[in-house]
Design a protein around this ligand. Sequence first.
Ligand SMILES: [Fe+2]
Ligand SMILES: [Fe+2]
Length: 202
Amino acid sequence: MDLDDAPAVPFLGDALPLVASDPRWIAVALDDLDAVHADHLHCERKAAQSALSLIRSYPERSGLVAAMARLAHDETRHVVQVAQLMAKRDQTASYDHGDDYAKALRDHIRKREPERLLDRLLVFAVIEARSAERLRLLADALADPKVAALYDSLAIAEVRHRDVFLSLARDAAPTTWRARAVELAAIETAILVDHPIAARIH
Ligand SMILES: [Fe+2]
Ligand SMILES: [Fe+2]
């Protein structure tokens, strides 16, 4: 199947049953694109750092090391692309003031191994899936065709990253990963309900 023919909302797949974003989010985002891009730059940076942090923690897992090295490379390219977009808009980057959404998810990562590895992989899969959904919403709504095309390519990449994390989770915990993915998807729903709708990726 050609990537362009992929379902528009594959993040609703059975392994990670996330709910759709509040329909008000896209209007809030379009109303302050500078804020969205400023946040997005740091999302991509943090995604690269998270992938590299897994290499630091699990160097003995060669499949994980190779996958995370490639993923960090992708995310770093995304940082370049978002920085270039911001430069075209005469927008400078700003400090990262934190991400309550990601922090709330990370609070559910269990402390002891091997559960810790599974939870880190699944939390990253959730963040990739939510990012993919919102980048897709932006791609479909942005008026500038070049910027929309950029967001289309980024949304496709984040879906692929979600699946990289899910397949690593499956390899790490073949009998328990599906049940834990469902649990974390429900946790993410509860976090989103509590989370303000803002001009940010999360
Ligand atoms: Fe990315
Ligand atoms: Fe990603």
